[in-house]
Design a protein around this ligand. Structure first.
Ligand SMILES: Nc1ncnc2c1ncn2[C@@H]1O[C@H](COP(=O)(O)OP(=O)(O)OP(=O)(O)O)[C@@H](O)[C@H]1O
Ligand SMILES: [Mg+2]
Length: 255
């Protein structure tokens, strides 16, 4: 680096101050280094400015994705790339890959993954949720049990409307493990309110071990169950996964 003149030092201090005031932290980190690169590779002023702005924007996008992923509350990260479709040939791979384009969120359609334990329901739900968070959609992951607890405690503290409003603003709500525990008539009513509020406005992914005919047992009420199912299925892609549990894969291989 050349020795800086008094003027050069003043300008450089001001640049630092301006970048701080404008919160362009990434540019502050890289502009000196990029300037040396630009001089060495004879980059135009325009290309230099473009590189700095691109750096700043990419950092902003990365931060926003990280925030969306954190808020979503996935229990673990699963990806479509890790999913072995050959193990579960009944799943329509082409459709799942199309869903990864997230058009279903734009159309407020729902996805339902129904099947026995270990067939990949949660994996697929998380993988599509991750895609949505990476596209900077608002995503929330709940087990049905946790969601039910949230709704019930909100009602007790007179916050139900607030909770329903905030849940209805989520672009993609993932409700996992519906059916492992039954809801009371009271919590089924709250669940119905939530599904009604999101109906035709935003997408919900539900995973369940129980076929639709048994949802009356989950909700302790056939009428409420069919009202919930009716709304969920109206604009939806249901997947009935009939294959073997992936958890048994290695057991079988050892035989
Ligand atoms: N086809 C697959 N390819 C790769 N990994 C898979 C596949 N299916 C399932 N898995 C893995 O097997 C484990 C069980 O899958 P998952 O949790 O999705 O099952 P599930 O259908 O949700 O079962 P449960 O009803 O018990 O919750 C997970 O670790 C998941 O990542
Ligand atoms: Mg699961």
């Amino acid at each position: 680096m050349e020795q800086k003149t008094k003027h050069g030092t003043e300008v450089s201090n001001q640049i630092e101050d301006y970048l701080k005031m404008l919160a362009l932290h990434r540019i502050r980190e890289v502009y000196n280094h990029e300037a040396e690169n630009a001089a060495r590779t004879k980059l135009s002023y325009q290309d230099y400015l473009h590189r700095l702005l691109e750096n700043q924007i990419l950092t902003k996008i990365e931060r926003s994705i990280n925030r969306k992923m954190q808020i979503a509350g996935f229990p673990q990260i699963k990806t479509l790339e890790e999913f072995d479709f050959t193990y579960q040939p009944k799943i329509n791979e082409k459709l799942i890959r199309e869903l990864a384009s997230l058009q279903f969120i734009a159309e407020a359609k729902n996805l339902l993954f129904v099947g026995a334990p270990g067939v990949g329901k949660t994996h697929l739900a998380i993988a599509l949720g991750v895609k949505a968070a990476q596209a900077r959609k608002r995503v929330l992951f709940f087990t049905a049990e946790k969601l039910t607890e949230l709704l019930a405690s909100s009602e007790v503290s007179n916050q139900l409307n607030k909770t329903l409003d905030s849940l209805s603003r989520v672009d993609l709500l993932v409700i996992d493990e519906l059916g492992y525990l039954s809801l009371t008539k009271q919590t089924s009513r709250l669940f119905f309110q939530l599904i009604s509020k999101r109906y035709e406005k935003s997408s919900t992914i539900i995973t369940s071990n129980k076929p639709f005919e048994q949802w009356g047992e989950i909700f302790n009420d056939d009428v409420v169950a069919s009202a919930i199912l009716d709304r969920l299925l109206h604009h939806s892609y249901p997947f009935f996964i009939t294959g073997k549990s992936f958890r048994l894969k290695y057991l079988q291989n050892n035989n």
